[in-house]
Design a protein around this ligand. Structure first.
Ligand SMILES: O=C(O)c1cc(=O)[nH]c(=O)n1[C@@H]1O[C@H](COP(=O)(O)O)[C@@H](O)[C@H]1O
Length: 232
């Protein structure tokens, strides 16, 4: 049972182990989980996951695997054996890819990470989708990928909180992990489909991924406490 009492996941997007651990030292594992993504993991490898776990944090390993079914399933197995709490793959890898991941995790003994499918990145809007040949609004593509993820037996989805109402109606069993969270007044950065923490929770998000507004703030503990208060 997790000691974490909030839906907040803080993205530790840092270039060094020292910076990531300095930020983590200002966060309380009772108030948030942490996310290790491509930059930090490529720099530090699995030891950063072990260190954060030893400090009491549940870790979302966000490497967004996207490959042929066997390769992706073996990567997910490696993540599970690392003891992470959540792992993700791109839904656009297709039904067989997601099903292979599900089957591989189901065969493992012991605790398994939540298996989450990334739908349409929160940095993308309709023009970006058109640029890669998808002439549909983001929500339509998200719902299409969500149906595949549900069929594959995934535990949840990464999506924008803007799609949470439609997704909860269509697939109430899927947990919604929503980045693109911006407290009122904070910079949008490269995100496009954004909501505030309160709006996201009200829309049906199960977990809120927040990076720069907390991790890169002068006082991460203060920003985290402010978001916790906004959600209370
Ligand atoms: O899978 C993710 O976590 C993810 C998916 C997505 O669609 N959008 C998205 O921003 N993310 C991640 O969520 C974090 C958001 O960080 P901030 O924009 O700094 O709050 C980053 O680490 C992204 O890699």
């Amino acid at each position: 049972m997790s000691a974490c009492q909030t839906p907040i996941i803080v993205a530790l997007d840092f270039p060094t182990r020292e910076q990531a651990l300095a930020a983590a030292a200002q966060l309380d594992p009772a108030l948030c989980r942490v996310k290790v993504g491509k930059e930090l993991f490529t720099r530090c490898g699995p030891t950063i996951v072990e260190t954060l776990a030893s400090k009491g944090f549940e870790v979302f390993l966000d490497l967004k695997f996207h490959d042929i079914p066997n390769t992706t399933a073996m990567a997910v197995r490696a993540a599970a054996e690392m003891g992470v709490w959540m792992v993700n793959v791109h839904c656009s890898g297709g039904l067989r890819m997601m099903a292979a991941c599900r089957e591989t995790l189901d065969k493992l003994n012991g605790a398994k990470p939540l298996l989450i499918g990334v739908t349409v990145l929160t940095s993308m809007e309709q023009d970006d989708l058109a640029g890669i040949g998808l002439d549909v609004p983001p929500q339509e593509q998200v719902l299409r990928l969500a149906a595949l993820a549900a069929q594959a037996g995934m535990d949840g989805l990464v999506c924008s909180a803007q799609e949470a109402v439609a997704l909860k109606a269509a697939h109430p069993q899927l947990q919604l992990v929503t980045p693109g969270i911006r407290p009122a007044g904070s910079a949008q950065d490269d995100q496009r489909r954004i909501l505030t923490p309160r709006q996201a929770l009200d829309a049906g998000s199960d977990y809120l991924v927040i990076g720069r507004p907390i991790a890169q703030a002068a006082d991460p503990a203060k920003e985290l406490t402010a978001v916790v208060a906004e959600l209370a």
